[in-house]
Design a protein around this ligand. Structure first.
Ligand SMILES: [Zn+2]
Length: 372
């Protein structure tokens, strides 16, 4: 099986950093989820992911696999040429970008559109933070929030929530009265810039957005599983979503569990196998894990997940390398897992080929198609 010729839809990634901002961080900072200086300076260079990636990058840039040599080569090529090289080597057809991650430091969507077809993912908590600061009272805020998302702005193919980071996936029903009280408290005590961490308010707003998503059949991407230490990994288990998944009013809102829910792959696969609205991707787990870890993540997801519900993503951010590394290892390990399934006699080789195309592009195209 050769998956290199299948153009990818990367259904969840982030914008590349402005070069001036990227220059302030060590290169290895883009290869770790930690923001602690000790990790970034002393330990991030020593993961299996980083060691492997230096060789992958050097092979593509045609230089020695040493960080200093790679940095010099990057410098001489410049960000635009580098991006061109990596996007082309990744054989990407389109990327869907959540532009709500540190919005003041990233290059705009239009910059990426010079290289590739781009769609936008709207981050709900970031929108809420902007509007809370600008709104004198809860009624005004809620009105503005709803009118920003209903109808979804043109070019937006999905909503995204980082409730997992801010307060965990154990989302509970919240009445507008309770949400209003928490809004008032937040207005009174918050410092600028406002950072939304209030659980009842986050839960309330996500459920408002799910009603809109259900109305338009717009997918909602949820951060699940591991990430930076701002989240409590215990509450990143997608099994906590039971209340949302069981609520009939949200049933028509497709929910995409991001990041293979790592390390909760089997839990994510189970949810995708029983709830019609649940989909899963394997971004972040690929390319961040070791090779055997990545293989295991895809393998565990496929224990139960229908192959119509699993999607490729890189969760790439900050530097163009990550889009390529995700693509390279996503294709390679999907191929290995499917070939093993053929040997095991789960599927035929013809089925394996069709499944690969579905996971790398067609499932995303059909899920997001209705909103294009
Ligand atoms: Zn992401």
């Amino acid at each position: 099986m050769d998956l290199a010729t299948i153009p990818l839809i990367d259904q969840h990634a982030h914008n590349i950093l402005q070069p001036e901002v990227a220059a302030q961080y060590p290169y290895a900072a883009a290869f770790t989820e930690s923001y602690y200086p000790e990790i970034i300076h002393h330990h991030a260079h020593h993961t299996l992911f980083y060691r492997r990636s230096l060789r992958d990058i050097a092979a593509l840039l045609n230089c020695e696999a040493e960080e200093t040599t790679i940095l010099a080569r990057r410098e001489s090529l410049g960000l635009e040429a580098l991006t061109q090289i990596y996007f082309q080597a990744a054989n990407l057809e389109a990327i869907y970008l959540d532009d709500g991650l540190q919005p003041e430091t990233i290059l705009p969507l239009s910059w990426h559109e010079r290289f590739i077809s781009v769609r936008r993912i709207l981050r709900l908590e970031q929108l809420a933070e902007q509007l809370i600061s600008q709104s004198p009272d809860f009624a005004t805020f809620l009105d503005r929030f709803n009118s920003e998302i209903d109808p979804p702005p043109s070019g937006v193919v999905a909503f995204k929530s980082i409730a997992c980071y801010r307060s965990g996936l154990h989302i509970q029903p919240v009445t507008p009265e309770v949400a209003a009280t928490h809004f008032e408290q937040l207005k009174q005590f918050s410092t600028q810039p406002l950072r939304l961490t209030d659980k009842p308010l986050i839960d309330f707003l996500l459920q408002q957005a799910l009603l809109v998503a259900a109305k338009y059949r717009l997918p909602v991407q949820l951060h699940t599983g591991y990430g930076d230490p701002d989240l409590d990994l215990r509450f990143a288990n997608p099994l906590y979503l039971r209340h949302l998944l069981e609520s009939p009013q949200y049933r028509h809102a497709p929910i995409v569990l991001l990041h293979a829910s790592y390390p909760y792959m089997q839990e994510a696969g189970y949810l995708a196998s029983v709830y019609p609205q649940v989909y899963v991707d394997f971004g972040l787990a690929i390319p961040f894990l070791s090779i055997s870890g990545m293989r295991e993540a895809i393998r565990q997801l496929l224990e139960l997940t229908p192959t119509t519900k699993l999607m490729y993503a890189s969760d790439a951010h900050s530097i163009p390398e990550l889009y390529y590394l995700g693509a390279k290892w996503g294709r390679q390990l999907l191929k290995e897992v499917l070939e093993q399934a053929v040997i095991d006699s789960d599927i035929t080789i013809a089925e394996a080929e069709a499944i690969a195309i579905a996971i790398l592009r067609e499932n995303a195209l059909s899920l997001y198609q209705s909103v294009h």
